[in-house]
Design a protein around this ligand. Sequence first.
Ligand SMILES: CC(C)(COP(=O)(O)OP(=O)(O)OC[C@H]1O[C@@H](n2cnc3c(N)ncnc32)[C@H](O)[C@@H]1OP(=O)(O)O)[C@@H](O)C(=O)NCCC(=O)NCCS
Length: 145
Amino acid sequence: MIQVVTMAEEHISALAQLEKECFADPWSEKALAEELTNPNAVFRVALIDEEVAGYVGMLHVLDEGDICNVAVFDIFRRRGVATALIQHLVDYAVENQLSFITLEVRESNIGAQKFYETMGFETIGIRKNFYDNPKEHAILMNKTF
Ligand SMILES: CC(C)(COP(=O)(O)OP(=O)(O)OC[C@H]1O[C@@H](n2cnc3c(N)ncnc32)[C@H](O)[C@@H]1OP(=O)(O)O)[C@@H](O)C(=O)NCCC(=O)NCCS
């Protein structure tokens, strides 16, 4: 069973490892730990049998949500972990009357784009050369409420 909990100190080292495995510019333990005390941060961790399977991070400012990160450990993929995490944010958005949730995803990351589409996100634009390492455009996706 997938359990979604608020990110806490005890998850930070596993999440920094997950970041390294997934991204060219990974968030460090320090960067992740800073979000523990950020009042705008909505960071949630998915656990399977008490083990960290994945996480999502969103910044909530006024009536907008901006997803910074979504990642799931390779061995736990295609089991609904990211779905549970994003559904948690969607429920949060409804409860807190957000107008929309937005996110950027690498143009080449078709798998993630397909995933976001299954969660009801739509492509609304492109941010040119948004990413480094390698340089790449970002697809901007949005879900309105
Ligand atoms: C993208 C990611 C978060 C998806 O996590 P996940 O837990 O495997 O996703 P789910 O199991 O909830 O997937 C739900 C549905 O989304 C779609 N989907 C998910 N991953 C997909 C992929 N790689 N290719 C195509 N469709 C995909 C499928 O429709 C899937 O349903 P199915 O398994 O019944 O076919 C995960 O692959 C990941 O961590 N990737 C590396 C990090 C990353 O790219 N993050 C996004 C940065 S913007």
